[in-house]
Design a protein around this ligand. Sequence first.
Ligand code: 2M8
Length: 409
Amino acid sequence: MTSLDEQARAILRKNDRGGYTVPTDGLYPYQWNWDSAFAAWGFATFDPPRAWAELETLMASQWDDGMVPHIIFHKVDPGYFPGPDVWATHRSPPTSGISQPPVAATLARLIWEMDTEGGHSHMAALFPKLLRWHRWWHETRCTYGPAAITHPWESGRDNCPDWDIGMEGVDGSRAGDYTRRDTGHVDPSMRPRKAEYDRYIAIVQFGVEVGWDQARIVAEGPFLMADPGITFILLRAHEDLAAIGRALNEDVTEIEAWAAQLRSALPTIWNPALGAYDAKNLRTGEFANVLGSGAFLAYLADASNPELEAHLMRVWDAVTYGIPSADPEAEVFDPRRYWRGPTWPVVNALMAIGFRDAGRHDLDARLRRETVELIQKNGFAEYFDPNDATPCGGANFTWTAAIWLTWAG
Ligand code: 2M8
């Protein structure tokens, strides 16, 4: 075990709040959905029971309609905004009212492979919950074909340029006065701008106004965009859930049908003008015309092609470290501003799962080498400048530690 392995384990232990892990101390004091699934994967390398507990705590906050919320506010902490009072979902424990990228089934399958015997009963208990969550995605978010998001936060890639055209239609002036907390923890120039935050809050307020009625949010809400990233993550997760179900002798016909339907919708998010998968404003039918890391998650769902790969190599060669979250040759590229350019070790790890499964060991080896270099040079940061490796956002980050233990290190 190297000292970086030890540091990574220590980060997971330190961010463990008992049954759930926070993304990082201070900036993110609650349980986040996809961060938690990555934390579980990391724990599985040295403490499998703790890995299962993480997933169980996450799924315990599932809503009656099947949704698994993006934040669970176990213990109120004034260090984060917007807190449970703003979301007003009236759940116990309080939660947000949107979801996040459904990586849990994919990572649960990997965790089960690492803990086959000990994990059997845990996997059997989690399966029906994951099934209900996937049904929720299929029924409420895939009505247009690809997976739709109702808030940029739902994508996990909050302020990436993909959402700019959808955000133009959101009236941020409704947000009123509020105090951000994120900019007190980290350099504000690395965070979304105020104009974006006003709109984030305005979309939350709409959810509160309609009592978090998901059908109304999809039909009438201020923001609705097709997300290539979630589409590929969900497609892959459907396939992993079906594999889990088959191993448990469950009937998986329904899951296979969801996967087939989602795969058949992929041509609707292929933008011929861009030569790549693209986000689409579902209110107007307009493409974002933005190349981002969501498109490259196609590898995770075995949905890449030579045209997309040419773009991948172009954007990757344009930076020094890892795959950037936005196209470095586009005007909007901003190498340190959160999801508008930086490279995210956690997204690199997801892409690498796809590279490996496709037998693309060349791509996996390069991505791994560059991600290792970032962490060796500058620690377990939330994300990095892809040009000069500057560590950005929060330090001692759970998912960066987790992907070190499972993939990079
Ligand atoms: C970021 O998102 C939250 C809102 O959900 C925020 O900025 O306050 C994103 O990077 C998201 O993908 C991540 O899950 C979360 C916690 O790490 O932080």
